[in-house]
Structures are given as structure tokens and as C-alpha cells.
Design a protein around this ligand. Structure first.
Ligand SMILES: *Cc1c(COP(=O)(O)O)cnc(C)c1O
Length: 491
């Protein structure tokens, strides 16, 4: 399997190289030159464990990894760190199913890929005969930073440095990061917003002098962001797994269509669903669910992508985004894999803040429906599902669930909502939605109230922040980021 860049079809690398690089040198995203077809039959697939299925699917994409090494990576990723041995269980509500992707170490869906990525990076180095120290730089709006630190914790030959906007993440998210273990993990609050931290990280990545210094020190930067194929393809697995579970539960017959509704931010999760469909999984439509930041809803309904709009803060912060990076991969397929066309569209987005697709290209988006749920609708959905099913959803999942309700008459087959976080991660918003909110409650009291409402034990991730010691908080100016990165890289 060879990978090329969405912005330069001349480029051609193997998966090991693409995983270590993250982004292509031209700024494009790596895409496989052809999408493999899943060869198995659905009945047999439904009997596989998550790990067995992960191996079947990932060996199609990561075929330059020796099979035993890929197996070892998968076993190390999907182990007791997950609190359910199905890894990604499907549960039934009265009007649809939920694919729960929050049973990993940080109780958000980023764990599905970030548990595996560090192992893939180390293995890729081994295959390519390299041994530089890998330094991961990440700016986070909350979930990615913690999941990446948990994934890289004590992985030899790696360091991870996370920057989060001080005051811009939830109190639970901050605690999760400050109680992170591992001698190779570093976390800083930055006086600025997420974009300030993100821009600085990008600048450091592109700094040629810094890169030369690192090389002299036998180390290199790498990225754990969702554009890395080492994050994208592990996410394809759970779409197949969900289908297998519905089959096993007798909810569908082999070959029946199903549809997925995905709470979307950077377009990584739903894009994995698109790959699953292209590989032959019987998916009818993929519903792209947005919150009040409706840039993707507008795009799917008009063919115009326009980031020139206010950024809205919502109770589903991991979906607060104006530029969905992974959409570039879908565009690449939409324009018939014409990398020059993608390059032009991305330049227009960068320089003018928008682009417009023609009618013929829009036809390629038939697999998708765009929908959105505003704040009031999202809260009402949390309450409705709690009252009807005694199930407490997190706000991201609730956005998707509400969106499904709006477009259900356009869909065929059983409906699966992709559930991306545990309600314990966003207790204040969840409690407010079921009329049990109180701004005076401490974090501990909020968590206790969620527990009283859903009757579930604390996940391990919550237990950990209640018990573990916090490291001293370090808050720095944006201008200091470069200095701390240099110090950590050297030390
Ligand atoms: C990251 C995240 C999303 C958005 O996923 P994308 O792959 O960026 O579209 C949705 N919900 C939660 C809880 C997340 O952490």
C-alpha cells in the first residue's frame, strides 16, 4: 500500500514513513493510493474480538509493518486500559443504538486511536532502522492532550509536550492533565486561546533552525494530531465492529444497511466511517452532526466552505471548530483525486477564507447528510433520553442524537449514534440539562451528582483524578513556549 499527498500526487511513501511524518512535506494529508476492500463475510466478522478485527483491517493499510509487530502493537493498545472487554460496546436505546467510544483511559473517543499511535510510531522507527528520540508537540482544546499523554506515558524513546489554553478547558479536563503520570510527559497552561497555542506549535514544527538543533541532538518532532494516518485508520475498525455487534445481537441481518450519526469537529471520526463504507461495509448515510458552529452543515447543504464567521463556545467544546482539517481528504475524493484542485481549494481557504465547489463535485457527497443541533436542542436531548431511557449522554453525543432525530426520515436501516465521551467528563453541562445543575457545586460534588443520576460506578479515569496527586501547575506566556520546548528537548 502506497500513500500520496492530497496536494501532490507525485509523492509516494509507505505507511511507516507517513506515520512518522504526520503531515506530508507540502502541507497536504497522506491518503492511500487505493482503498482496500474488506474480504471477509459479515457472520464470520461478527465473531471476531476487537483486537482480531483491528488486525484484519489495519494490516490492509499498514502492510509494511511485519505482522507480528502489528499484532504486538494492537495487543498493547487495546488491553485492560479499557474498562469493557468489547473495547467499543454497542448499547440499544428505545429509538436508536449508541456506539460507546469512551471506555478508554481518558473516557473520550481520542483513546481509540491514541492508545495505538505511540506503538505504531515506535514500530515504524524499528522497521525503518531509525532510533531518534521522538518529541511530540501538541496544542489541545482539552481531550487530545490528555489522551496523547496517556498514550505516550513512559514509552521509551519518546517525550510529549502538551499546551492547553489556561482557562479554556473544563476543570475536569485540566485536572486530568495535571494528574498525568510518566517521566516523559510535560504539560503547560498557556496565557492565550487555543488558536494562539496551536499557531505557535505549528511555527515550532516548521522552524528549520530548531529542527537542525534537534537533529544534532538525535531527536525529531512528530505530531499526534488527527491528520496522522496512524490515528485515522484505527478509527475505521469500530465501524466494522459496531456492524458485527448488531448482527450478533440479532438487530440486523448480514448485508442490511445501517447508518451512523457522528458528532464532528475536525472530521476525523466521520471520515473513518467514509473509509469503512468505501471498503464495503453496508452503510447507507453518514450524518455529520455539528453544534452551533455550523460550518460543516452549511458546507454539505450549499457546497460552500466559509470559515469567515464568529467562533462560538458551546457545551460540546471538542466540536467547536471553524477549519475541519480532515475534510481535505474527502475533497480529494470528491474532485476525482486531482491533487492540484485540492491544492487550489486549500490555498483559497487559507488566503480568502472560503471556497465553492461545483455541482458535479457535490454529487460525491451523497454519502453524507449535514445536520446541526443548537445549545437548547442539545440540552433538551440529554433530558429526553434521560427521561425515556434513564441513560445520561455527554453533550457531544447529545448533539449527534438530536441531529439524528432531525434527519431520520431520510435514512435507511438501523441508526447508530457514535458516542464520543463519558458524561463524567462534562458533569456541569449534563446536570444542568436534567435540571440538577448548581453553579456552587465543587467538581467532586458534580461527579457525585452525575453518579446519583445514572447509577454507574466512576470510570477509572475519574477515580484517578480523585486519588492522584496533581503536579504543580505551570502557566506560561505564548512567547515562552519555544524556550520550554528547547529545554525539554535537550534535557
Ligand atoms: C475530538 C472529539 C470530537 C470530534 O471528532 P473529530 O474526529 O475531530 O471530528 C467529538 N467529540 C469528542 C468528545 C471529541 O473529543
Amino acid at each position: 500500500m502506497l500513500y500520496t499527498s492530497t496536494r501532490n500526487s507525485q509523492l509516494s511513501v509507505r505507511s511507516t514513513e507517513a506515520i512518522l511524518q504526520g503531515l506530508a512535506p507540502d502541507g497536504g494529508l497522506y491518503v492511500p493510493k487505493s482503498i482496500p476492500h474488506y474480504q471477509g463475510d459479515w457472520e464470520t466478522m461478527s465473531k471476531l474480538s476487537y483486537q482480531e478485527l483491528a488486525f484484519q483491517i489495519l494490516s490492509l493499510y499498514f502492510d509494511d509493518f511485519p505482522e507480528d509487530i502489528l499484532q504486538t502493537c494492537i495487543q498493547a493498545a487495546y488491553d485492560e486500559k479499557f474498562d469493557d472487554d468489547r473495547i467499543a460496546p454497542v448499547v440499544g436505546l428505545s429509538d436508536h443504538y449508541l456506539l460507546e467510544l469512551f471506555h478508554g483511559p481518558t473516557i473520550a473517543f481520542k483513546d481509540m486511536a491514541l492508545s495505538l499511535l505511540p506503538h505504531l510510531m515506535k514500530a515504524a522507527q524499528k522497521v525503518l532502522g531509525r532510533d531518534e528520540e521522538i518529541i511530540i508537540l501538541t496544542a489541545t482544546s482539552g481531550d487530545t492532550g490528555k489522551a496523547a499523554m496517556a498514550g505516550f506515558e513512559d514509552v521509551t524513546g519518546t517525550k510529549i509536550i502538551v499546551f492547553y489554553p489556561k482557562g479554556g478547558v473544563s476543570s475536569i479536563q485540566e485536572k486530568q492533565m495535571l494528574t498525568q503520570k510518566g517521566d516523559n510527559t510535560y504539560v503547560f497552561g498557556v496565557k492565550g486561546n487555543f488558536d494562539d497555542a496551536q499557531s505557535k506549535v505549528k511555527e515550532l514544527f516548521n522552524d528549520k533552525d530548531l529542527a537542525a538543533e534537534l537533529q544534532a541532538n538525535h531527536s525529531q518532532f512528530s505530531s499526534a494530531n488527527s491528520m496522522n494516518i496512524g490515528r485515522l485508520f484505527p478509527q475505521v475498525v469500530y465501524y466494522f465492529y459496531a456492524y458485527g455487534q448488531l448482527l450478533k445481537q440479532g438487530a440486523i441481518q448480514a448485508g442490511d444497511l445501517v447508518n451512523f450519526t457522528v458528532p464532528t469537529g475536525n472530521f476525523g471520526n466521520i471520515l473513518a466511517g467514509y473509509y469503512a463504507k468505501q471498503m464495503g461495509l453496508p452503510i447507507d448515510r453518514l450524518v455529520c452532526a455539528s453544534n452551533d458552529n455550523t460550518v460543516l452543515y452549511d458546507f454539505f447543504n450549499s457546497g460552500t466552505y466559509d470559515r469567515r464567521r464568529p467562533f462560538k463556545l458551546t457545551i460540546s467544546p471538542s466540536m467547536d471548530i471553524l477549519v475541519s482539517s480532515n475534510l481535505e481528504r474527502l475533497l480529494y475524493y470528491a474532485v476525482g483525486q486531482d491533487s492540484q484542485a485540492v491544492k487550489d481549494l486549500m490555498a483559497a481557504l487559507q488566503d480568502e477564507g472560503h471556497y465553492q465547489l461545483g455541482q458535479e463535485v457535490q454529487a460525491a457527497f451523497d454519502s453524507f447528510i449535514g445536520a446541526y443541533s443548537d445549545e437548547a436542542e442539545t440540552r433538551a436531548e440529554i433530558k429526553r433520553v434521560y427521561q425515556e431511557d434513564h441513560y445520561l449522554m455527554d453533550p457531544h453525543t447529545a448533539v449527534a442524537s438530536a441531529c439524528l432525530g432531525k434527519v431520520k426520515d431520510q435514512l435507511a436501516g438501523e441508526s447508530i449514534v457514535v458516542s464520543t465521551a463519558s458524561p463524567f467528563k462534562f458533569p456541569a453541562a449534563v446536570l444542568e440539562s436534567i435540571d440538577k445543575g448548581d453553579s456552587h457545586l465543587s467538581d467532586l460534588e458534580l461527579l457525585e451528582a452525575v453518579q446519583a443520576a445514572n447509577g454507574l460506578d466512576y470510570p477509572q479515569a475519574i477515580q484517578a483524578i480523585l486519588e492522584a496527586d496533581s503536579r504543580p501547575e505551570r502557566v506560561i506566556e505564548v512567547e515562552e513556549m519555544e524556550t520550554v520546548v528547547r529545554e525539554i528537548a535537550k534535557g
